[in-house]
Design a protein around this ligand. Structure first.
Ligand code: SAH
Length: 462
């Protein structure tokens, strides 16, 4: 590490900036956040800097910086000198003088000429995150900064102040620092954090008091998270955060490898399967396992394909948690119908073709099909069958015999939103045979209705 990150208190400290253009202005913007006492030497200022001068936020010496214009003594009064002129020889002179005066110097044009770099800053009150690349790659630091901006809550500062207010109490409760850290980890990963971030301080305070009154305050939590149809970019930000914080994850077949790659190495992984009639672990055992792991005080991630509340048995798993008073959160995911239709270029509704959509389970729990077929027969609606491939012949025959035209367009999307996505288009009458000849394999989503015709024009993903 060439540049060691060190935070410096610049409050009212004299800082000299040489240069009055855009680059100097950027540096000054961040120095002003630190309330530094800034002096600028430049023959001219950009408009924004002139505005700062007019408001008295900095002092301007209207001059060129030359070899003999400043003595060592004059430079020594500054704690930091920022070199930001557009003239390389001037930059060199100032940097040299700053070095010989023993003052920290940052060079905006040639970072290794100085001995200080100013990192990119994400500032949220007392919480400040800095990103730097040893001055090598401003593009990467900017990129990382943008990524982090999304993840760091705007009001993280209020969480920091709230945590501070409980610091001593928690220190008294847990004399051992490992236990203390575990308790903080538990607090910051659960609903308390969300309450504080949304300004519900009383609720958070009363909850923490309840925890602290217990002899064993750390209780586990279960996060039932939808992972979407496969493409990891379709995860919600909340899902990604929870994936990154999990201690143990229970996942099934529909969670893509690309998403499992995001799970931290230290996190325990439990495959609980789920294939038609071939559950790696029976549903009751999964439900019980969630309860048992949470009772051990773990942060349990129950990761499900698509949305947990759409043909995902999410409700069944939560019921047992609720009965056992285990705290849980549900994070919706993009369901296969939304993901596959978008990636196939088939809008599920369209003012000219379809005014409603039905999501239908193509196979029912007890393998008998008790669907109300006549209700599904309406040329101006879209039918989406999940888990329908193995009964496709039966489904299409039922729809035709109930009155839907045999020429009604049908699409099957296999492994939608993944790099292996395949879309097969046909009609109600011919799709079952085509699915066999194309050797389609689960997971597949079946879309029935006139909207399918738009695929030819709107398909964009390949
Ligand atoms: N909870 C999930 C659905 C689980 S049922 C969701 O909201 O998407 C499983 C069925 O979802 C599969 O049989 C298939 O019909 C559909 N499915 C899930 N992911 C899919 C994908 N990537 N491509 C096509 N179909 C998918």
């Amino acid at each position: 590490m060439k540049y060691f990150p060190l935070a410096i208190n610049l409050q009212s400290q004299p800082v000299l900036v040489v240069g009055g253009g855009q680059i100097a202005c950027k540096k000054i913007d961040s120095l002003l956040q630190a309330n530094a006492k800034i002096t600028v030497i430049a023959p001219a200022l950009c408009e924004k800097l002139q505005g700062y001068v007019d408001k008295g936020e900095l002092v301007w010496h209207e001059a060129l910086f030359t070899d003999d214009s400043r003595t060592n003594q004059q430079l020594k009064q500054f704690i930091l000198i920022v070199v930001a002129t557009s003239c390389q020889s001037t930059n060199k002179i100032i940097t040299k003088q700053a070095h010989s005066a023993g003052v920290l110097v940052n060079s905006a044009y040639k970072h290794d000429a100085g001995n200080v770099i100013l990192p990119a800053i994400i500032s949220r009150g007392d919480v400040v995150v800095t990103v730097s690349s040893n001055g090598q790659s401003p593009v990467i630091t900017r990129y990382l900064k943008q990524q982090l901006e999304v993840f760091i809550p705007q009001n993280i500062d209020s969480l920091s102040r709230w945590a501070q207010s409980w610091r001593n109490t928690i220190k008294d409760k847990f004399s051992n620092s490992v236990d203390r850290q575990q308790f903080w980890g538990f607090l910051l990963s659960g609903k308390i954090k969300d309450w504080v971030l949304s300004g519900k301080f009383e609720q958070a305070d009363s909850q923490i008091k309840q925890y602290l009154n217990k002899s064993d305050p750390i209780t586990g939590q279960v996060f039932l998270v939808g992972s979407g149809p496969g493409d990891p970019d379709l995860l919600t930000i909340k899902a990604l955060k929870l994936i990154q914080q999990a201690e143990v994850v229970l996942y099934d077949r529909l969670v893509s490898d690309a998403i499992m790659d995001l799970v931290p190495d230290y996190c325990e992984r439990i495959y609980v399967g789920k294939k038609r009639s071939n559950h790696a672990l029976p549903q009751d055992n999964i439900n019980q396992l969630l309860v048992d792991l949470a009772k051990q005080g773990k942060r349990v991630l129950r990761l499900k394909g698509g949305d947990p509340f759409i043909f995902g048995r999410g409700g069944e798993e939560l019921e047992l948690l609720a009965e056992n008073n285990i705290s849980f959160q549900v994070v919706p995911g993009i369901t296969a119908a939304s993901g596959c239709s978008s990636y196939a270029g088939i809008p599920l509704t369209h003012r000219d073709y379809s005014q409603s959509v039905h999501f239908i389970a193509g196979h029912l729990k007890d393998e008998s099909n008790t669907l109300n077929w006549p209700e599904l027969v309406n040329p101006n609606q879209t039918l989406v069958f999940y888990m329908g491939l193995s009964q496709l012949g039966y489904i299409t025959a039922q729809l035709i015999s109930s009155g839907l035209a045999p020429t009604t367009p049908v699409a099957i999307i296999e492994k939608g939103t993944t790099e292996h996505q395949r879309t097969v288009i046909s009609t109600l009458k011919d799709i079952a045979a085509l699915a066999v000849s194309k050797n389609l394999k689960a997971p597949t989503l079946i879309i029935v209705g006139k909207v399918v015709l738009l695929q030819e024009k709107l398909a964009w993903y390949s």
